[in-house]
Design a binder for this molecule. Structure first.
Ligand SMILES: [Zn+2]
Length: 358
């Protein structure tokens, strides 16, 4: 991932590239902005530029070993000892002309990061926690942070900087946040910790005061369309999702998944059947409900503007749905909340299917 590939986040990219250009890099960074707006892509581009050697990775023997290695074992493969029979010294490769604030994509560090096997760029978050523990959770636990912190105090393998990227930082339980404080205050030399959060209010003041904030905005509709098309989504659907996602790729993807399930369901002719197409995983169901309620709010606002004669009906409906939206982060059934919102919309004359139409 390079900064050149990041769309619609000029201010954040400029802020990060200034740090790289001047070499003044704070040890703790807080990437803050809506979910799915490019914080993770920017953190990867930043880590890549920071550790890029700008020297092409060449080494036929090592390349051969890498190809023969098991998938996912590229790191081990790249560190295989050189064969003893090697007689000719390989020529010293020329430096690649890439500035300090971008990465080359061709050096060992860039290749390892691209393959997800960089030993000095450590990524953690909810998905990673689920994979390691085998348990789905809506929170980042203290054990996950303790596991990561062990690596902070180990020597780096190949790069001058060890970069820790903590995704979903807004889901860190208070105990997990407290476990980070000492490291955020006095990290070992060359250690950079990037906290990625969509909700600053969920972080303790002690975390905020120790971190330098890098602000991200919602993505523009145009950028969303381009990025969704890059994921292989047909242009027409990408256009709909770009608008429905309202600046968040995560929301757009959740709406896409729900819509596909609704289209494949045998029958969605009433709200009860319609909501059975929510994900069966409670955490995902909550994310989908949030995305769908935001889409409803957006759609109803548009209808409201175009129907002056029914303004009071739509104003009441909007108020109810905004209130229901605030319940989704509590321990209440997502399906129940979505049903209540859809029943309210139907009684105001808006069909459930209308909400997902293009
Ligand atoms: Zn590189």
């Amino acid at each position: 991932m390079t900064f050149a590939e990041i769309l619609s986040q000029e201010n954040a990219v400029h802020h990060l590239q200034t740090m790289l250009r001047t070499g003044r890099i704070p040890p703790a960074l807080l990437f803050h902005g809506p979910a799915g707006c490019g914080k993770y892509a920017a953190a990867l581009a930043f880590a890549a530029a920071l550790n890029c050697t700008r020297t092409p990775y060449t080494g036929p023997e090592r390349k051969k070993t890498a190809q023969a290695a098991e998938p996912g074992d590229l790191f081990t493969a790249m560190f295989q000892p050189e064969p003893e029979c090697e007689t000719k010294e390989p020529p010293v490769p020329e430096k690649i002309d890439v500035p300090l604030w971008e990465s080359c994509g061709k050096c060992l560090s860039c290749i390892q990061l691209k393959n997800g096997v960089h030993p000095d760029i450590i990524i953690t978050g909810l998905n990673d926690q689920t994979m390691k523990t085998g348990k789905e959770s809506g929170n980042l636990k203290v054990d996950t942070m303790r596991e990561m912190l062990k690596k902070v105090y180990q020597h780096s393998f190949i790069s001058p900087h060890k970069v820790f990227i903590i995704r979903d930082a807004e889901k860190l339980v208070p105990e997990a946040q407290n476990s980070l404080l000492k490291t955020l205050e006095a990290p070992p030399d060359g250690t950079i910790i990037c906290l990625l959060s969509s909700d600053k209010n969920a972080l303790l003041p002690t975390i905020l005061s120790r971190s330098t904030e890098v602000r991200f905005s919602p993505l523009s509709t145009e950028a969303m369309g381009i990025l969704l098309e890059r994921e292989g989504i047909p242009p027409e659907t990408a256009r709909f999702l770009a608008q429905a996602g309202q600046g968040s790729l995560d929301k757009a993807r959740n709406i896409k998944l729900f819509r596909e399930r609704a289209e494949n369901a045998k029958s969605t002719d009433n709200v009860y059947r319609f909501t059975t197409t929510l994900s069966i995983e409670p955490y995902k169901a909550r994310e989908e409900t949030n995305a769908l309620l935001d889409l409803m709010i957006y759609r109803i606002r548009t209808i409201w503007k175009n129907s002056p004669e029914r303004q009071s009906t739509y104003a009441r409906l909007l108020r109810d749905i905004i209130e229901l939206r605030s319940f989704t982060n509590r321990n209440i059934s997502s399906k129940g909340i979505l049903q209540a919102a859809l029943i309210g919309a139907e009684s105001a004359g808006i069909k459930s299917e209308q909400l997902l139409g293009e």
